[in-house]
Design a protein around this ligand. Structure first.
Ligand code: 5GP
Ligand code: MG
Ligand code: MG
Length: 187
């Protein structure tokens, strides 16, 4: 973990940088085999997945294209309602493309489920998912995740792109914050 100044806010490190990079490299090798002869379009949902997107795309050993979109999902508190708005759209036309969504974490899965449907509606030839982290305890919808990273417990994690109130995205590892950092906050 590289940022000494915030170490006093970290409860414990869940996954270190080497573990994360090792897993991403392993999954990217498998995806590169699966997509050999094609040029998949890697789709990243901003901002959380941006770090995973960079690492994953660099670990791919076949030609890929990358694209980004920003979504908002409205709901009360921490529960996604399933109503998703596109804040910033992809620049690519996905019609006929093999799309591989690169995700940071699947919590309820509601936003991702919507995105898979939307890409299919736009005429993608195929839509698969790579999710670096998954919290199965919180899943609300059924999703077929072909490329899985780590299964983690139901804890709020930060780092490697994931934020708490926009901070900690630049941590090079994944960590759980001390409870007092959240104290006074609504869950
Ligand atoms: P869902 O799967 O519920 O539609 O939403 C997933 C999104 O919620 C993730 O992309 C991420 O932005 C946020 N999220 C879910 N769990 C966590 C977590 O443990 N830490 C952080 N920082 N964000 C999370
Ligand atoms: Mg995400
Ligand atoms: Mg966030």
């Amino acid at each position: 973990m590289q940022i000494v100044d915030i170490e006093d806010e970290i409860d414990y490190e869940l996954l270190n940088h080497e573990q994360i990079m090792g897993k991403i490299t392993e999954v990217a090798a498998r995806a590169s085999e699966d997509y050999r002869g094609r040029t998949p379009l890697l789709v990243c949902v901003l901002k959380g997945a941006a770090t995973t997107m960079v690492a994953f795309s660099q670990a791919m050993t076949i030609p890929v294209e990358t694209d980004y979109m920003s979504l908002s999902s409205y709901g009360s508190g921490t529960v996604s309602s399933g109503t998703v708005t596109v804040r910033q759209d992809l620049s690519a036309d996905v019609r006929g493309r093999d799309v591989l969504i690169v995700e940071d974490i699947i919590d309820s899965g509601v936003t991702l489920k919507w995105l898979v449907g939307e890409l299919e509606r736009r005429g993608a030839a195929s839509v698969e998912i790579f999710a670096l982290l998954e919290k199965p305890a919180r899943h609300q919808v059924q999703l077929d995740v072909k490329y899985k990273g780590f299964v983690i417990p139901d804890e709020f994690v930060v780092g490697f792109g994931l934020d708490y109130d926009e901070r900690y995205r630049n941590l090079d590892s994944i960590a759980v914050l001390k409870p007092e950092v959240y104290e006074g906050e609504q869950a």
